[in-house]
Design a protein around this ligand. Structure first.
Ligand code: FAD
Length: 370
C-alpha cells in the first residue's frame, strides 16, 4: 500500500473528535478542544509533524508524502495539524536556534498537541516593518526580563499556552531585538479578541504589562532576535505556501455549489479550469521549492506565498459567481471563504512586500526606497 493509501485509510477509519472540521492554518477558540485531540490522534498514529527530523519525533517525510498527507486531509475535511504555529514555525525555529533544554521541553508537547502556540510579532506600529517593534524587554539585575508593550493580530492568543515573542531588548533597528518564549498564563498578560467581518474572532490584541520572563526563555542569544524572526517568517511563508496542495478541494466544492445553484455555465467553467491550472502549477512549484531551497528565509518562499495567497483569494471570490444571489441569502462556507480570502494576502507578509522581495532578490531590480 502506498503512503497515500495508508493516509486515506487512516482518515476513513479513525474516529474524529466531535466538532472537528477543516478550520484552516489556525483554530478559533471553539475549534481548539477538537484540534488538540486530533493532534494527539495524529501523533499516536505517526502522522504528526511529518516534516520534522526523526531525532525530534518527526518522520523526515519526503515532499511527495507531505503533499499527499495535506491533500488527503483536505479531501477528508480535517486540519492537517492543530495549528501551523507550533509544528511549522516554532518547532523548526527551536531546532535551529533553541537550547537543548528548550527543545526537550517544548518539541514533544507541540507534536502531541499538549501546547498550542501563538506568534507575538505584529504591533499597531510594526507589521510589514517588523524591525520597528517597540515592545520592550528590560533586563533585570538577576538576569530575568520584564516585558512591556502591545501586540496585535495575534492568532489564537486567547487559547494559546505559549507565545513566541519578538521584543526590543537593545537599541533601535534589527540588532536590538530578541525572541522569547512566553507562557500565556503569566501575570501581566491581557488578551482581547478582535471580531472579524466573517463573525469569527481568530485574532487578538495582547497587552504585556511588566511580564516577567526567566533568562532561559530567550531563544538563541539576546540581540539575535532578527535572525530568529526572519527564520520564523520564512517558515510561515513555506507553511502558507503548502496550502496550495489543499486547494483542489476548494475548487471541487465550488463546482458542486455552482451545479447545485444552476450556475455552471461555460464562462464559470472556464474560470474553474483556469483556477485548477493555477493550483496545479503552484503544487509543482511548492514541491520544487521545498526540494531545492534549503534556506527557509530564501526568496523562493516569498514567491510561493504570493502565488498561493492570491490564488486562494481568487478562488474564494469565484464563490460569488457560483452562488449568484444565494450568496446574499445563505450562511454557508463559500461565503465565509470569500470573506477570509482577502486576509490571505495580508497575513504572513502582504503581497506588496512579497513582490518587493521578488523584484529585489530574484529579479535583481533596483532596491525600493526604504
Ligand atoms: C488573518 C491574519 C492573521 C494574522 N496573524 C498574526 C499572528 O498570529 N501574529 C502576528 O504577529 N501577526 C499576525 N498577523 C499580522 C500580519 O502579519 C500583518 O497584518 C502584516 O504583516 C501586515 O502588517 P500591518 O497589518 O501592520 O500592515 P502595514 O505594514 O501597516 O501595511 C499596510 C499596507 O501598506 C503596504 N506596505 C507597507 N509597507 C510597504 C512597503 N515597504 N512597500 C510597499 N507596500 C507597503 C502593505 O502591503 C499594506 O497594503 C495576521 C494578519 C492577518 C490578516
Amino acid at each position: 500500500m502506498s503512503f497515500r493509501d495508508d493516509v486515506a485509510s487512516f482518515l476513513a477509519t479513525t474516529p474524529r473528535p466531535e466538532g472537528l472540521h477543516d478550520y484552516g492554518p489556525t483554530p478559533a477558540s471553539s475549534d481548539v478542544a477538537a484540534g488538540r485531540r486530533w493532534q494527539r490522534t495524529l501523533a499516536e498514529h505517526g502522522y504528526a509533524c511529518l516534516h520534522w527530523p526523526r531525532e525530534h519525533g518527526g518522520s523526515d517525510a519526503s515532499v511527495a508524502d507531505q503533499a499527499a498527507f495535506a491533500e488527503e486531509c483536505a479531501r477528508a475535511g480535517v486540519p492537517r495539524q492543530l495549528s501551523m504555529v507550533g509544528p511549522d514555525l516554532v518547532g523548526p525555529v527551536l531546532m535551529g536556534f533553541g537550547s537543548r533544554t528548550q527543545q526537550d521541553l517544548h518539541l514533544p508537547r507541540i507534536r502531541d498537541g499538549r501546547d498550542l502556540w501563538c506568534q507575538l510579532f505584529s504591533e499597531p506600529g510594526a507589521g510589514s516593518d517588523l524591525a520597528a517593534v517597540t515592545t520592550r524587554a528590560i533586563r533585570q539585575p538577576d538576569g530575568s526580563w520584564r516585558i512591556r508593550g502591545q501586540k496585535v493580530w495575534t492568532s489564537a492568543a486567547d487559547s494559546a499556552d505559549l507565545g513566541l515573542l519578538l521584543a526590543r531588548s537593545g537599541g533601535p533597528g534589527p540588532g536590538g531585538l530578541s525572541v522569547f518564549v512566553v507562557p500565556m498564563a503569566n501575570q501581566g498578560i491581557t488578551v482581547r479578541p478582535l471580531r472579524q467581518m466573517d463573525g469569527e474572532s481568530k485574532f487578538n490584541e495582547v497587552f504585556l504589562d511588566d511580564v516577567v520572563l526567566h533568562a532561559d526563555q530567550v531563544v538563541g542569544t539576546p540581540g539575535a532576535g532578527w535572525q530568529v524572526a526572519k527564520a520564523t517568517l520564512g517558515r510561515e511563508r513555506l507553511s502558507l505556501g503548502a496550502n496550495a496542495v489543499g486547494m483542489f478541494e476548494s475548487i471541487a466544492e465550488l463546482e458542486t455549489a455552482a451545479a447545485e445553484h444552476g450556475r455552471l455555465d461555460d464562462s464559470l467553467r472556464d474560470e474553474i479550469v483556469k483556477a485548477w491550472i493555477r493550483v496545479w502549477l503552484m503544487r509543482v512549484t511548492w514541491e520544487r521549492a521545498i526540494e531545492e531551497e534549503t534556506d527557509p528565509s530564501g526568496a523562493t518562499f516569498s514567491v510561493l506565498k504570493l502565488l498561493t495567497s492570491e490564488t486562494y483569494r481568487d478562488i474564494a471570490d469565484l464563490g460569488g459567481a457560483a452562488l449568484g444571489p444565494a450568496a446574499l441569502e445563505e450562511e454557508q462556507p463559500l461565503v465565509k471563504r470569500m470573506l477570509v480570502g482577502h486576509a490571505q494576502t495580508i497575513l504572513g507578509g502582504t503581497s506588496e512586500i512579497q513582490r518587493t522581495i521578488l523584484a529585489e532578490r530574484i529579479l535583481g531590480l533596483p532596491r525600493a526606497p526604504r
